[in-house]
Write a protein that binds this ligand. Structure first.
Ligand SMILES: Nc1ncnc2c1ncn2[C@@H]1O[C@H](COP(=O)(O)OP(=O)(O)OP(=O)(O)O)[C@@H](O)[C@H]1O
Length: 273
């Protein structure tokens, strides 16, 4: 059914489709993924600019993880066209560390050549885990394991970092620390990030742009033009949260921020696609 569009993966740090002169970190055109004849991704269009941080929201089962796997090159049974940079890395909700390898060896897992331990140690230091380099994965806390997983992504020097609910299993405090870490890594590295999350606040704290996926497409998007660093108390945050929750079909609890009344203002600032 599908053409193997990964032949079109760009060799450079960014991806440029033949239709446009501009470079982009991700470009998907008419992307389709079917499972048993059911279209989970259905004619999806998506562009990420180099260095852009984009959050992808959507109801459970709408196809977010499927899209991420396609962009990561883990799933090639697709139709349509995708351009992604060669240097890309992915981190999942479960850290997926090999229990029989020490942390630093896990970080280097799958890297081509024979990278030196110092490469792993630099990435571990970047995520605040330099002191656990020699540890076994089972001795790490959930937050530490997730940071090791992020270090494993960072040693790939990605131009595109794909994050699939990386903080989903963390407790609230650890999650805040992990979010700040990702914000800092992104600020320092300047790579494009696509973050799948169920958490609207997380999307608004981190992203330049929030997308809502519905029935296999990007159905809605809104810029998040708030100064950084952000907190949920920032002016404009509550309105954006209300707008996104509304678009996701979730009502805010009574008293939960300055709700947006009426469909006109809900649409204001965002774009239906
Ligand atoms: N390998 C597969 N075989 C068959 N169906 C699949 C496969 N992978 C995903 N699906 C189906 O595709 C749909 C989208 O799944 P996906 O995991 O992408 O959703 P999601 O938006 O990430 O969901 P969640 O937010 O719950 O993680 C689901 O109905 C799922 O059952």
């Amino acid at each position: 059914m599908a053409t193997d569009i990964h032949r079109k993966v760009s060799p450079g740090p960014a991806a440029a489709g033949p239709d446009e002169g501009r470079v982009a970190a991700v470009r998907a055109r008419g992307l389709v993924r079917e499972f048993g004849g059911r279209r989970v991704i259905d004619d999806l269009e998506l562009t990420l600019e180099p260095g852009e941080f984009v959050a992808l929201l959507g109801r459970s089962g709408c196809g977010k993880s499927t899209l991420l796997r396609v962009l990561a090159g883990l799933d090639r049974e697709i139709g349509g066209e995708v351009w992604v940079p060669r240097r890309k890395a992915v981190a999942f909700q479960a850290p997926r560390l090999m229990p029989w390898k020490k942390v630093w060896r896990n970080v280097l897992l799958g890297l081509p050549g024979r990278p030196e331990r110092a490469v792993a140690e630099r990435a571990l230091a970047e995520v605040g885990l330099g002191h656990r380099s020699d540890a076994w994965p089972r001795t790490l806390s959930g937050g530490e394991a997730q940071r090791a997983s992020l270090a494993r992504a960072l040693v790939r020097e990605p131009d595109l970092l794909l994050l699939d609910e990386p903080f989903g299993a963390l407790d609230a405090l650890t999650r805040i620390t992990a979010q700040r870490l990702v914000a800092e890594v992104w600020r320092q590295r300047g790579c494009a990030v696509l973050l799948v999350t169920h958490d609207v606040d997380e999307a608004l704290l981190l992203a330049d742009r929030a997308l809502v996926m519905e029935e296999g497409r990007i159905a809605y998007e809104t810029p998040v033009a708030l100064p950084r660093p952000r907190t949920p108390a920032d002016p404009g945050f509550a309105e954006l949260r209300a707008r996104l929750l509304d678009r996701l079909g979730v009502a805010e609890p009574a008293g939960g921020g300055d709700t947006v009344a009426g469909s006109e203002s809900v649409a204001a600032g965002g774009t239906e696609r």
